[in-house]
Design a protein around this ligand. Structure first.
Ligand code: GRF
Length: 185
């Protein structure tokens, strides 16, 4: 069984879909949900799935506390699902081609620093793009520039708002992220 850790900073709706999926998988299971936000709703979701949780500060992560925990838990793959801190290079290097992120746009568009959450969907709306989507990619030392594994698109109409775009993108994430992880591992 492949042991997965999910890192998330927020609500964790993607984390929930992943935990749900891997309850019935013969390939892997979610062994840990870790967050830099002690009040993140993702931690509640993890408890409902009886998945162990771990919280840490940015400073602790930079001092290697998270890496130690991932090693102690014998984690094979790290899944970033709405994790908002920059991952230290030594942590990335500890999981070569074993760390995957989901980005709520069609990279290379709308990637890089400051492009997360609502900012992405506002930028798509402001540019008048006719489509947007999701990108699932491996993580390397450069923000949002790792190898792209999977993309899926959805249309954007003139009536769409940043909120409705976010809903469409979330629907794609929930539909594809768990199965893409399953096929990757
Ligand atoms: C998702 O849109 C994901 O692409 C991103 O952060 C969001 C997290 O949503 N990078 P949730 O916490 O899984 O609901």
């Amino acid at each position: 069984m492949i042991r997965l850790a999910i890192l998330a900073s927020g609500s964790g709706s993607n984390a929930e879909k992943i935990m749900e999926h891997f309850q019935n998988s013969s390939k892997g299971h979610v062994a840990l949900v870790a967050s830099n936000k002690p009040d993140a709703f993702v931690l509640e979701r993890a408890k409902n799935f009886q998945v162990p949780t771990f919280t840490f500060t940015k400073k602790e992560m930079e001092a290697g506390v998270l890496l130690d925990k991932l090693r102690e838990e014998k984690i094979d793959w790290v899944i970033l699902a709405g994790f908002l801190l920059k991952i230290p290079d030594d942590l990335i290097r500890a999981f070569p081609n074993r760390m995957v992120n989901i980005h709520p746009a069609l990279l290379p568009k709308y990637g890089g620093k400051g492009m997360y959450g609502a900012y992405v969907h506002e930028a798509v709306k402001a540019a008048g793009d006719k489509e947007t989507g999701i990108t699932i990619h491996l993580v390397n030392e450069h923000y949002d520039e790792g190898k792209i594994i999977f993309q899926a698109a959805t249309s954007v109409t003139p009536e769409d708002t940043p909120d409705s775009i976010a809903q469409k993108v979330h629907a794609l994430e929930h539909r594809y992220f768990p199965e893409v992880i399953e096929s990757l591992i």
